[in-house]
Design a protein around this ligand. Structure first.
Ligand code: 2U9
Length: 343
């Protein structure tokens, strides 16, 4: 029995020595020290031994068990350490590798142009005013000198929600509402950007939904020359200091007199396809606020005068960036949008 125990010890220590992972080590523990293991078996058979042999074998069996236990613990520590080392080595991060490029977004070209125009006017002392897109017939038409049955309403044939409510056809109702809030007291100096809607068939130059930026200045002694000077500064800042503007007579129900405003073409007047060989490009409409409009909003038209102007930022962006189809702004083709990374 003594030999058997010594042999078991040698065998177990050898196996522990050769174990390469924690699982194998655990299997060895169960095999040698477990309830069904050979050492437990020896201890169970002690009853058959003589009283002299019993303490000797008992002591030996305990020594063998302790020796295996110690060796198991030593090896377990070694293997655990090794396992951590291997894991760390496998998970090493190479900090010298180049990073993955981060895809950055950019402003939509229309947003870029609108913000540029807003900034220009903020620099001239204007504030930004906004209003509802679902608007009352009163503010969209009546307050702007377009009574029911006025022929100019047809040009803006609209999306009506009820007889009296519609999707606004221009941002002019924002100016009418702002003036009303001023209760007849100037100055009013605002810029109104926003979405507008018209019943139109979409093509390269028309869209049933588009953006407008309109401006309004009302105060004492506001003259046509103030309008011209303001628009000249605007055109030069937006298109370049070498550009000129010209005013042509026109008609809008809410302004009198009214003008169309052209900016000189980048071809310098030599003639190109953008200006259709005229040397001039139309960029906006404007005029002196009609006395009826001032009075309806509560201003004394003998004391106060004002000018107003309106433009389509899509058209401005198309001219500025050479975009040939208004629908590009709304279809959000990433290949189109990515071209304006620095816009
Ligand atoms: C009030 C008084 C006057 C706004 C004006 C225009 C001329 C104009 C169009 C140009 C192309 C808009 O983008 S477009 O379709 N606008 O020509 N707009 S004067 O006049 C106003 C507005 C509000 C109370």
């Amino acid at each position: 029995m003594e030999d058997r125990l010594k042999q078991l010890q040698a065998e177990a220590l050898e196996k522990i020595e050769q174990a390469e992972d924690l699982k194998t080590l655990n299997d060895i523990r169960v095999a040698y020290l477990g309830k069904k293991g050979p050492i437990t078996e020896v201890l169970r058979g002690m009853g058959k031994l003589s009283p002299e042999e019993r303490p000797v074998i008992g002591q030996l069996a305990n020594d063998v068990r302790a020796a295996i236990q110690v060796k198991l613990e030593e090896k377990q520590e070694k293997l655990s350490k090794l396992e951590v080392e291997q894991k760390l080595a496998a998970e090493t991060v190479d900090v010298t590798l180049p990073g993955r490029p981060v895809r950055t977004g950019n402003h939509h070209p229309l947003t870029a142009v609108i913000e540029e125009i807003e900034d220009l006017f903020i620099g001239m002392g204007y504030t930004i005013a906004e209003g509802p897109e679902v608007e009352k017939d009163y503010y969209n038409f009546e307050a702007l000198n377009l009574p029911k049955g006025h022929p100019a309403r047809d040009m803006q044939d609209s999306f009506y929600i009820t007889e009296e409510i519609l999707l606004r056809t221009h941002t002019s109702p924002v100016q009418a509402r702002t003036m009303e809030k001023h209760e007849g007291l100037g100055p009013v100096k605002i810029i109104c950007p926003g979405k507008v809607y018209r019943r139109d068939n979409d093509d390269a130059t028309h869209s049933h939904q588009f953006m407008q930026i309109e401006g309004l200045v009302v105060d004492e002694n506001i003259r046509m020359s103030d309008l011209k000077g303001t628009l000249e500064v605007f055109a030069k800042k937006l298109f370049g200091e070498d550009r000129k503007i010209r005013l042509r007579p026109s008609f809008f129900p809410f302004t009198e007199p009214s003008v169309e405003v052209d900016v000189s073409c980048m071809c310098g007047g030599d003639g190109c396809s953008v200006c259709k060989h005229t040397g001039w490009i139309e960029i906006l409409g404007a005029g002196m606020v009609h006395p009826n409009v001032l009075e309806m909003a509560g201003f004394d038209s003998k004391k106060y005068t004002g000018f107003a102007f309106g433009m389509g930022p899509e058209r401005i962006a198309m001219l500025k960036y050479g975009i040939d189809d208004i629908r590009h702004f709304y279809t959000n083709d990433i290949r189109f949008l990515k071209q304006f990374n620095r816009a």
